[in-house]
Structures are given as structure tokens and as C-alpha cells.
Design a protein around this ligand. Structure first.
Ligand code: SF4
Length: 340
């Protein structure tokens, strides 16, 4: 997959949840799926252009009525890597997971935001969602251990007001279930997330202490950890000097996205859209040594907290703080096989 050209296909905004941190979900939003024919045509077109890696996004792709048929079609066409990003609720149904695997899904991304039922259910606004997701993760791990899932299973967590103090607890909880790939995405204040305001969107400065602890824990556990949506100056301010190893945006490359917007399909490179539309940078960033690579905060974040937290950096300090044992966690856990 590493060198394969990848496209993510957004199937539409229909979802079986209504998460409080969702960047979609404003009243009046068109919530319907794209037709099978239009998605099949797109998948064929991208294949002809040389794409061999494909991702399915929503809304919630697992509730797309013909998801199995679509994945099977893509696999039979010749896509060698097919992933799906899901809230994981439908994975409590073991037979459904098995059908997805047999149809051709090679990698699973699951969004989960807490280790506590009351927080997860509050965030998803769906009573019982935590238990369903946990059962889903158990099912996936069972299939993974049997060798039926080719690739690893990745957990995505949206950092928000309700969970930011528990980043290490979340990692430990899922690590004990066998998961070793974590990505924490800072909440993007749009759609429903924006409408909840500061009740959902924390201040960067408030979360960084916990981000630092999570990084230290990831070293102790030897698991993979990435963050998205946090400007670089925040890391340096909190003395996380080797932060570039944890920047999720660096891993995304030039991934293309295809999505239905304003009644037509549009395609874009995610990195460009983040820079040009979704993020914003104060003028002072022009004097910062990271200006050429840092994407700045989410655009609407500054409506809540302003620009004061973002301070241009004069020099790149890449001193590893791995040697700094003072604040290190002292978990005596075994090294995990990174290919689990
Ligand atoms: S470019 Fe701006 S937001 Fe990014 S690290 Fe520099 S000052 Fe911070």
C-alpha cells in the first residue's frame, strides 16, 4: 500500500450516530447516500487512472445498503488495498464483519473516543454505543488474530472537552485489548461541533499536558501514536521537541478525496483543502520557522479562543526529549509486535 496511489470515496453523510463533536450534522443538511452506479463509476475511473488503494468514508459507510457489493466490486477490479473508516457500531455483528473481510476490506479504522461507557454514549448521543463498539473491536481483534485481516486495525479518537484528560487511560484500555495504533484528532469546530462551542472544543493549551503524557506512554508501550490538528508551536511550548514523529498530517501525503458537495461530486487533495480552506494562520506565522510546513489551527477554533496561543518560533529545536526521564511514565509492559 505504501506506494499505491490512494483515493478516499465519501459515500454520503447518512449516519447511525449523531456525535456531538461531528463536523457535519447541522439542521437542513442533505443526508443521503450517493447511488451505487455513481460510486461504481468513480471507483472504475480511479482504477483506470492507476489508483490501487481505496478508502470508504461517510457519514457511516457500514450503513450503506450495498457496501458489501461495492467492496467486492472494487476488489475484483484489482484494488489491492481497501480500507473503511467507521464508528464501529455495526461491528458488534460478527457475521457482518466477516462478510466485510471476505468482500475485500484489508484495513479497518474505528472511531472511538473514550474508555468509559458514559462518556462514549454521551459523545455519540447513543445509549449502548460503547458496548456495541467494544464488542465490535473484540470481533475485529479475533479475526485479526486468526490472520483474516491482512493489515492492522487503527483507532481514531476525536480530542474534545469530555475526553482530553483521559488520553493515556484511553490508550492503556485499548492497548490491553491488543490495539497498538492510535490517532488523536483535535476536534474540528464545524457543523455540530461548532454549534456546541466551548462545551465541546477545548483550548489547545489545556490539552497539551495530556498530549505530552500520551506521547510518553506511547514510548513506554512501543505503540504507534499520531496527532492531527495541533499547530507545531504548541508542541514546542510544552517541550515536546521530537513532535514531528507524532504529526498525523505528515502521514497523509497527497491522498485524494472524492465527496458529494453542493449537488455534485468534487475531488481534492486533502492536504490542499486543509491549507486553503479548513485551517487559518495569523500573519505572524510568516516569521515562524515552521510556516512552510505547519498548517495552523482549525479555522473556527480562533472564533472561540483567538490567536494568542500561536507564537512564531525562531529556531527549530529538534532535541529529543526521550532522555528526559523526569516526567516519564514507568509502565513495565512488554514490547508489542508492531505488526499485530
Ligand atoms: S506557523 Fe504559526 S501556528 Fe504554526 S507553529 Fe508557527 S506560529 Fe504556530
Amino acid at each position: 500500500m505504501e506506494n499505491a496511489k490512494k483515493v478516499d470515496i465519501n459515500m454520503g453523510l447518512v449516519c447511525n450516530s449523531a456525535c456531538r463533536f461531528c463536523m457535519n450534522g447541522l439542521p437542513g443538511e442533505v443526508r443521503k447516500f450517493a447511488s451505487f452506479e455513481s460510486l461504481a463509476t468513480e471507483i472504475k475511473q480511479f482504477y483506470k487512472k492507476g489508483f490501487r488503494a481505496l478508502g470508504f468514508l461517510g457519514g457511516e459507510p457500514t450503513v450503506y445498503p450495498a457496501i458489501i457489493e461495492l467492496v467486492t466490486m472494487a476488489r475484483d477490479m484489482g484494488y489491492t488495498y481497501i480500507d473503511i473508516v467507521s464508528n464501529g457500531i455495526r461491528y458488534h455483528d460478527k457475521k457482518f464483519v466477516e462478510r466485510l473481510i471476505h468482500s475485500g476490506i484489508t484495513r479497518f479504522y474505528i472511531s472511538i473516543h473514550s474508555h468509559k461507557p458514559e462518556i462514549e454514549d454521551y459523545l455519540t448521543t447513543l445509549k449502548g454505543s460503547f458496548q456495541k463498539k467494544i464488542q465490535g473491536l473484540r470481533n475485529l481483534m479475533e479475526f485479526r488474530k486468526k490472520g483474516m485481516i491482512k493489515d492492522r486495525i487503527f483507532l481514531n479518537t476525536v480530542i474534545n472537552q469530555r475526553n482530553y484528560r483521559y488520553l493515556t487511560e484511553i490508550m492503556l484500555f485499548y492497548y490491553k485489548m491488543g490495539f497498538i495504533d492510535f490517532r488523536f484528532n483535535f476536534i474540528r469546530p464545524e457543523g455540530r461541533a461548532f454549534s456546541h462551542g466551548k462545551k465541546m472544543v477545548p483550548r489547545y493549551s489545556a490539552i497539551m499536558k495530556y498530549v505530552k503524557q500520551a506521547i510518553e506512554l506511547s514510548r513506554s508501550l512501543r505503540v504507534n501514536l499520531f496527532f492531527e490538528g495541533i499547530p507545531f508551536c504548541l508542541f514546542q511550548k510544552f517541550k515536546i521537541m521530537d513532535f514531528k514523529n507524532y504529526i498525523g498530517e505528515f502521514r497523509d501525503g497527497n491522498k485524494e478525496i472524492s465527496i458529494h458537495e453542493a449537488r455534485k461530486r468534487v475531488r481534492f487533495v486533502m492536504k490542499d483543502r486543509r491549507k486553503n480552506q479548513l485551517r487559518v494562520k495569523p500573519k505572524s506565522c510568516r516569521t515562524c520557522v515552521y510556516d512552510f510546513v505547519c498548517e495552523g489551527p482549525w479555522k473556527h477554533y480562533i472564533k472561540f479562543y483567538g490567536l494568542k496561543e500561536f507564537k512564531p518560533l525562531k529556531k527549530i529545536e529538534m532535541v529529543s526529549d526521550r532522555k528526559n526521564k523526569k516526567n516519564s511514565f514507568s509502565y513495565s509492559l512488554h514490547r508489542r509486535d508492531s505488526k499485530i
